[in-house]
Design a protein around this ligand. Structure first.
Ligand code: AMP
Ligand code: MG
Length: 412
């Protein structure tokens, strides 16, 4: 049986990133850059004032103080969005407002608070302090230089990236195409959302779960509904699914008589593996329908969710060309209930809490069985308990995968 790492490596080796497409920057949130975004401009583009005040020559302000103000002739005004037409000469100052271009001739700005304008406010300004060259001046390129890498290929666009790209005019922006992910639930017992289950039936939840999880991962879900446990029906649905970039099924990959997904993968010529040494989730099948990768997740809802996290999401992130494919792995301190090791890698759903400077985690309340859907609710981490014997006790450190996208994980 493969380890989780081996299984994941084999899945990812079969997946190549999709092509890029141009989207308006306003629609780029959450998308992955398909190419490096490089600046074609300086930011700021021109020298401008950081303050409301007076643009002048530093030499003219030399020696100015409250006791010995220096008086300059007020030659004009330049608000933001305008350009001062003239040149600031010796003995002159120009009223300048924040963001306005520094006029020719001036090399510094003295803020308004350190000046006094006598009488009707026009004619002269008195400087109450010196203004060294470059004072209150935002220099061209001090933020970003022409040719500088703004956001690397493979990075995800968040609000800060939107601001930076907008400031440099990178719009539209080239991002990878969203992978189309076919989602197929299998089982005679399943009643779809909106229908009342008949005798012996259950409400199906893996389909809706996967639609949500695929969307969160950056994919475009393509729900194909439910296939009954009949070879012809499954075959027909999988035939359609070939057009997807990735196919996710749930159920039918175990050892039961009606577990047809695995059978179908064998028939269609491409099963790579169907078991992984983990709990929950041992039966996970991976293969190909022609050239389309297909991941057969287990039917038990918790197993389906955990295997999606460990294999499905990385597959989608790889299709997206994301540089960060995996969830961040951190060390946490186990709180609450002890955990008994088993002969497979154990993934416990847990709540994180950060009290007293350490990141603690306790398993979500109640049973952690693979059919206990409520154990998924609110989980912000998956505890990774190595296979073996004995017990992991509260207070011990264990690795955990952070499920919360907002968790910090170092410099991008
Ligand atoms: P299977 O792997 O098909 O034998 O399914 C294992 C368990 O998961 C059974 O109890 C199924 O009823 C349940 N199951 C399978 N598919 C789903 C689904 N889409 N939603 C909820 N439970 C499911
Ligand atoms: Mg089944």
């Amino acid at each position: 049986m493969l380890t989780v790492e081996e299984a994941r490596a084999r899945i990812l080796a079969r997946i190549t990133p999709l092509d890029g497409e141009d989207v308006p920057l306003t629609a780029a949130l959450g998308r992955i850059l398909a190419a490096d975004a490089v600046s074609g401009e300086n930011l700021p583009a021109f020298a401008n004032s950081a303050m409301d005040g007076y643009a002048l020559r530093a030499a003219d302000a030399r020696g100015a103080s409250e006791q010995a103000p220096v008086r300059l002739r007020l030659a004009g005004e330049v608000p933001a969005g305008r350009v001062y037409e003239g040149t600031v000469g010796p003995g002159e100052a120009v009223r300048i407002l924040t963001g306005a271009p520094l006029p020719d001739g001036a090399d510094t700005v003295l803020q308004q608070e350190l000046t006094e304008v006598a009488g009707d406010g026009y004619g002269y300004v008195s400087l109450l302090a010196e203004a060294p060259a470059g004072n209150n001046v935002r220099h061209p390129g001090e933020d970003v230089r022409v040719g500088q890498l703004l956001v690397p290929k493979g990075a995800e666009v968040g609000p800060a990236e939107v601001a930076l790209l907008a400031a440099l005019g990178v719009h539209p922006v080239r991002v990878t195409r969203r992978p189309r992910v076919a989602i197929l639930s299998t089982g005679d017992e399943l009643a779809p959302l909106g229908e009342t289950p008949g005798p012996g039936q259950i409400r199906e939840s893996n389909g809706p779960y996967l639609v949500a999880a695929v969307t969160r991962a950056g994919g475009e879900p393509w729900p194909l509904g439910i296939a009954r446990d009949r070879a012809d029906e499954l075959r027909a649905k999988l035939e359609r699914a070939r057009e997807a970039d990735l196919v996710l099924t749930s159920g039918g990959v175990s050892v039961g008589d009606y577990d047809l997904v695995k059978q179908m993968l064998n028939e269609q010529g491409g099963i790579e593996f169907w078991r992984v040494r983990m709990r929950p989730g041992k039966p996970v099948a991976f293969g190909a329908l022609g050239t389309t990768p297909i991941l057969g997740l287990p039917g038990n809802p918790v197993s389906a969710a955990v295997t999606f996290e460990l294999f499905g999401r990385p597959a989608i992130r790889t299709l997206l060309g994301a540089s960060q494919v995996e969830r961040p792995l951190v060390e946490v301190v186990l709180e609450g209930t002890d955990i008994t090791r088993v002969d497979r890698r154990l993934f416990g759903r847990a709540w994180l809490d950060s009290g007293a400077g350490t990141l603690g985690a306790r398993t979500t309340t109640g049973d952690q069985g693979s059919h206990i859907i409520s154990s998924l609710r609110g989980a912000t981490a998956l505890l990774v308990i190595a296979e073996g014997e004995g017990v992991v006790r509260a207070g011990e450190r264990v690795p955990a995968l952070l499920l919360n996208d907002a968790m910090p994980w170092g410099q991008p």
